[in-house]
Design a protein around this ligand. Structure first.
Ligand SMILES: Nc1ncnc2c1ncn2[C@@H]1O[C@H](COP(=O)(O)OP(=O)(O)OP(=O)(O)O)[C@@H](O)[C@H]1O
Ligand SMILES: N[C@@H](CCO)C(=O)O
Length: 303
């Protein structure tokens, strides 16, 4: 039996992959979506406000509602009738984990309204199953930078040290790229050479993030599992990369499945890197919003 009639959940954006960590690492960023679920007797109502609110589905296909019903189905209860109010701060289908915020927000809200039948680990595992990979939903749920690996017991989640002087700068273009489309261009098999390349660079990335050692970070952002295949889906990639590096970035990577590009830099170069990325995209006719977003350490919060 539910003891509360409404719940508000705030969930951060996430940047997944970080170059060589395809499908296993992600970091939460200080940009958020917020959602309020209120029990009602009048059937499903969905209202969205904020950035790109007109693009959000307002029927049962809405991903927040899908996640909400997923949890009730899992505990073998009928989902209650609800009103869902969504405040969007994260643009959709840009590689900043908007779908993860919807999955985590819907599951966490359902768990609260249902009287907390599931543990945090169970909620997180449901979220991973819904999204299909852990690298957005885990940091969206827990905050910080997180590595997820399967184990015989489910998932091992590891918190990754992110040196405070490594500054993420996201350049968000004004076009969408759905994750499903960006996954379709990936090969199903890779060579041993590419697997070794990524293993080495991912190890370097983890040490680079912890130590802030410039030469390690500069080398570590390379990848052979997804970025070479996806760059063709992002016009201006090479120009933005060149401009960001010339302005003092360690390098750039595709944020999640793209099209947002993430640069890592130091506090001294943050503004110059941001301006360089904006201008580079402008020169190929693409408008973008470029922001330096600190790491979010809170994850999903019930307000
Ligand atoms: N707040 C939301 N409410 C309902 N549906 C949402 C919400 N946010 C995202 N979605 C759904 O998720 C889709 C975008 O998911 P997709 O995985 O393609 O991109 P993303 O999660 O923003 O990027 P990435 O996974 O690369 O970080 C939207 O088109 C919409 O259907
Ligand atoms: N690891 C995922 C993140 C986007 O959801 C991908 O790159 O497809």
């Amino acid at each position: 039996m539910s003891v509360v009639s409404n719940v508000t959940v705030k969930v951060p954006a996430t940047t997944a992959n970080l170059g060589p960590g395809f499908d296993c690492i992600g970091a939460a960023l200080q940009l958020h979506n917020e959602v309020t679920f209120t029990l009602n007797n009048s059937g499903l109502i969905i209202q969205a406000s904020g950035i790109e609110a007109e693009k959000v589905q307002t029927d049962k296909s809405n991903l927040l509602y899908q996640a909400f019903t997923k949890l009730y189905n899992y505990i073998e209860q009928t989902p209650p009738s609800v009103k869902i109010e969504i405040k969007l701060g994260i643009p959709l289908a840009r590689g900043l984990g908007s779908s993860a915020t919807a999955i985590v927000g819907g599951l966490v809200a359902a768990n609260v309204l249902a009287g907390l039948p599931l543990s945090d680990v169970q909620v997180m595992e449901l979220a991973i199953a819904m999204e299909g990979h852990p690298d957005n939903v885990v940091p969206a749920f827990l905050g910080g930078c997180r590595l997820a690996a399967t184990s015989s017991n489910g998932w091992e989640i590891c918190d990754i040290t992110w040196h405070r002087n490594i500054i993420p700068v996201v350049a968000i273009p004004d076009f969408e790229l759905s994750t499903s489309e960006a996954r379709l261009v990936l090969p199903t098999e890779v060579s041993r050479g590419d697997a070794i390349f990524n293993t080495a660079h991912f190890g370097l990335l983890l040490r680079g993030l912890a130590t802030n050692r410039e030469e390690w970070l500069k080398a570590a952002l390379q990848d052979k599992l997804h970025q070479p295949y996806r760059q063709a889906l992002i016009p201006g990639y090479d120009a933005v990369e060149k401009a960001a590096v010339a302005a003092g970035a360690y390098g750039i990577v595709i944020s999640g499945a793209g099209p947002t590009l993430l640069a890592l830099t130091d506090p001294l170069h943050t503004q110059m890197v941001a301006s360089a990325m904006t201008n580079a995209w402008k020169q190929v006719g693409i408008k973008s919003t470029v922001r330096s977003l600190p790491i979010d350490v809170q994850g999903a919060v019930v307000l």
